[in-house]
Design a protein. Structure first.
Length: 214
């Protein structure tokens, strides 16, 4: 992300940044808090969790290294609020940059506006894709596609990949009831694509799962 900026601007952001360390299950930011900083994930993985109208929690995304959150803090002055909580799924390290630094740089250098616009456009595209998937894809397809995405996040090849998520967490990610998601997982296990163990799901062959998702 910073590579798209002129060196002086990138150095300003890096100097203003703070490295943060979080333990597994620790909340990095809380939904509803003042959004006053932008974070880049350096190491580890975290869940983006929102509160549903019924008061339940739902995971809408998993963030890994080089991904980011806190875009709403870049929208303007005032006190915008966090639209989601970010929860560490393992040890996580982030670089947080105060929103005020972005705003000051934008006033001096209009080129930074392109970076902010690109960040927001990317997030809108991701959310739009999730809405279309939830509206038109079957639960089976959503589960398979989400597992393929998670295998990319947690693995580096096409072989066996361990996804350290519970079935509850996967159910939240795909927007399905746990019993229904469990049935889909059982079918995938019976077909030899997965192993389901306590607190983790093992994809035995990522490429085979990708072919199933197509």
């Amino acid at each position: 992300m910073l590579q798209s900026l002129p060196d002086p601007d990138a150095k300003v952001l890096l100097r203003a940044g703070k490295v943060n360390h979080y333990e597994r299950r620790e909340v990095l930011v809380h939904e509803g808090d003042v959004a006053d900083s932008f974070h880049i994930v350096l190491d580890g993985r975290a869940a983006v969790r929102v509160t549903t109208p019924s008061g339940e929690n739902a995971i809408v995304n998993i963030l890994g290294p080089d991904e980011h959150f806190g875009e709403v803090s870049l929208l303007g002055r005032g006190e915008p609020r966090r639209t989601a909580s970010i929860v560490a799924l393992e040890q996580v390290r982030t670089l947080s940059i105060p929103a005020t630094v972005f705003h000051d740089l934008r006033e001096r250098n209009p080129r930074l506006e392109k970076l902010v616009s690109a960040i927001l456009a990317r997030r809108v595209d991701e959310l739009s894709a999730q809405v279309v998937e939830a509206m038109y894809d079957s639960l089976d397809r959503r589960v398979v596609r989400r597992l393929c995405g998670l295998a990319t996040v947690y693995g580096s090849g096409d072989g066996e990949v361990t996804i350290p998520l519970t079935q509850d967490e996967l159910s939240q990610l795909v927007g399905g009831a746990r019993p229904s998601v469990n049935q889909v997982l059982r079918r995938l296990v019976d077909e030899g694509h997965l192993e389901v163990r306590r607190g983790r799901i093992i994809v035995l062959d990522v490429e085979a799962l990708r072919r199933l998702a197509d």
